[in-house]
Design a protein around this ligand. Structure first.
Ligand code: CA
Length: 223
């Protein structure tokens, strides 16, 4: 199992390298974001441990680069115990986070859990109540009737279906469907949701797309 540690504090980086090596992992260390970027682009890792505050390319930017490439699990290290940091990290696609200072035992437990989880299974078919989505054929139907969606509507519905029952913030939706930055204007999401609802929900008695006030949107079969 290969682990990449991106951490600019030499002491912490060293401590992680030693500990994880002794626990049986192959460890590579990058002391800044740019070196980290080169390493993730040049070789395959089973896990990346990523510090938020890095010189040059910071942890947020590197996380986005890693997420564009694939599903390598990312454990975020954040020095500041700020709620926004964790939320932002998880929204950008980190799998877990740890607040500094942390114990090695705690880190190892998280690492083991993330490595056990493995890559997400590619699902080709989604269903919620009478809504069906076939990813390979790019077909969506409700109550047996074919729905005609634009590419963005399809991507949006796919995201909602793949995370059924989870509240998705506008920022997360924007970053997944439009590849927009976290801080971009997310009004576009509301407009797209309205259009999607007009096709997917409005003509049918059972509503699937729900607005969660102050938080975002969620697809759920509610009884
Ligand atoms: Ca740092």
């Amino acid at each position: 199992m290969r682990i990449l540690v991106v951490e600019d504090e030499a002491k912490t980086a060293d401590y992680l390298r030693k500990g994880l090596s002794e626990s049986g992992y192959l460890v590579e260390v990058a002391l800044n974001g740019l070196d980290g970027q080169h390493l993730v682009q040049e070789s395959e890792f089973d896990l990346v441990i990523l510090d938020v505050m890095l010189p040059g390319i910071d942890g947020w930017q590197l996380l986005q680069i890693i997420r564009r490439q694939g599903h390598t699990p990312v454990l975020f290290l954040t020095a500041r115990d700020a709620v926004e940091d964790r939320v932002k990290g998880l929204e950008l696609g980190a799998d877990d986070y740890l607040v500094k200072p942390f114990s090695y035992a705690e880190l190892l437990a998280r690492v083991r859990t993330l490595l056990r989880r493995g890559p997400p299974r590619e699902v080709e078919h989604f269903q919620a109540a009478d809504l069906q989505m076939d990813l390979l054929k790019r077909k969506v139907s409700r109550n047996g009737e074919r729905l005609h969606l634009t590419n963005k509507e399809f991507a949006l519905l796919h995201l909602l279906l793949s995370r059924e029952g989870e509240v998705l913030s506008r920022a997360l939706i924007a970053s997944h469907v439009w590849n927009m930055n976290f801080d971009s204007d997310t009004n576009v999401v509301d407009v797209a949701i309205r259009r999607l609802r007009a096709k997917v929900d409005d003509p049918y008695p059972i509503k699937l797309i729900h607005t969660v006030r102050g938080m975002g949107y969620m697809l759920e079969v509610q009884s």
